[in-house]
Design a protein. Sequence first.
Length: 186
Amino acid sequence: MQIIETALPEVKILTPKRFGDARGYFAETYSAKRMDDAGIFHPFIQDNLSHSASRGTIRGLHFQGPPSAQTKLVSCLAGAILDVAVDLRVGSPRFGQHVAVELSAQNGCQLLVPRGFAHGFCTLADQTLVAYKVDAYYDASVDFSLAFDDPALAIAWPITRAKAVLSDKDSRAPTLADLPRVFSFD
């Protein structure tokens, strides 16, 4: 597995090795041992699947606060997404900064988004299927959204708000300036 550090060093791009032949390929997409050997250990406890029918669907930016903050390992199984992580840790030298990475069924890349970061994505193709592992269960009492198009974040989304397919929750999400501060930089 190849591991690449991003501009936010805690957020990592993981690319599992693919073994191909005339039938297609095989890839080991997750191994706790390989992650631990690389110094990246998160006890993932749940797998989630997200299907988006239309290109231009935005999911996020989402996060859970303590005590149920989540680390996510995100993969795109069909189609493609622009996957984004935003540093929300007060006191971090990178507070409010983001990374954006294309994940697709074709490139096989994964994004590791640790606790303390908001996460979201925009589908780049119809019929996109995203899978992600989390290390904490869903907790509605500490579930938050951040406005995906907050100008302070300066994220270059491939779609405008007017054309984006959004949930009610995401369409009403506050900006970073109005967001509760629930994480601190350790």
